[in-house]
Design a protein around this ligand. Structure first.
Ligand code: SF4
Length: 58
């Protein structure tokens, strides 16, 4: 999963706090590769990202 063009909305962190962390530089993925048990949540976060900054690679 790669975060690009992040506008720091915080949506991904709110949806999956165990996978995303937000700071002044934007979103960071805490676990790569994304564990199988978080893949569905990761895909949901990617779908809801307002800037389409997230891509799930699996
Ligand atoms: S949801 Fe998208 S725009 Fe918002 S913080 Fe996460 S990566 Fe950035």
């Amino acid at each position: 999963m790669i975060a690009r063009t992040c506008i720091v909305s915080g949506t991904c962190e709110a949806l999956v706090p165990s996978l995303f962390e937000i700071d002044d530089d934007g979103a960071h993925v805490l676990l790569e590769p994304v564990p199988d048990n978080l893949l569905e949540a990761a895909r949901d976060a990617a779908d809801q990202c307002p800037s389409r900054a997230l891509t799930v690679i699996s």
